[in-house]
Design a protein around this ligand. Structure first.
Ligand SMILES: [Zn+2]
Ligand SMILES: [Zn+2]
Length: 116
């Protein structure tokens, strides 16, 4: 069996050598960072999923916003957003909800106020 090659830790300035990209400590840091802010690699897929959610909504309801904190109303400026905000601990792969841009903004503002 060949001996595993040791690599320096990917964290600049860290002297640890191991077979993984990062030493145990920095791997943990990196995981935590990714959980908190999401990995860049998942963004394009997420955008496609948002678009698909809006497309489906539009096919079913037309240019119609279900409303957030107000009555449902017509709107051509629809966006899909996480029902549980990812920035507030929601699952990045969790369900999406279609609202117009201004209702979505209101939803985010309301949630952030509630957390604070
Ligand atoms: Zn390290
Ligand atoms: Zn709206």
């Amino acid at each position: 069996m060949p001996k595993p090659r040791l690599k320096p830790c990917a964290q600049p300035g860290c002297p640890e050598l191991q077979t993984e990209t990062r030493c145990t400590e920095h791997r943990r840091d990196n995981d935590r960072y990714r959980r908190q802010f999401g990995s860049k690699a998942s963004e394009p897929r997420d955008r496609a999923r948002r678009k698909a959610t809006v497309d489906t909504h539009r096919a079913q309801h037309g240019d119609w916003c279900p409303g957030y904190g107000r009555e449902p109303h017509a709107s051509a400026d629809l966006t899909a957003d996480h029902i549980d905000e990812v920035s507030l601990g929601g699952d990045p792969h969790g369900p999406l909800q279609t609202l117009c841009r201004s209702c979505n903004g209101r939803k985010n503002a309301t949630r952030q106020n509630r957390v604070r």
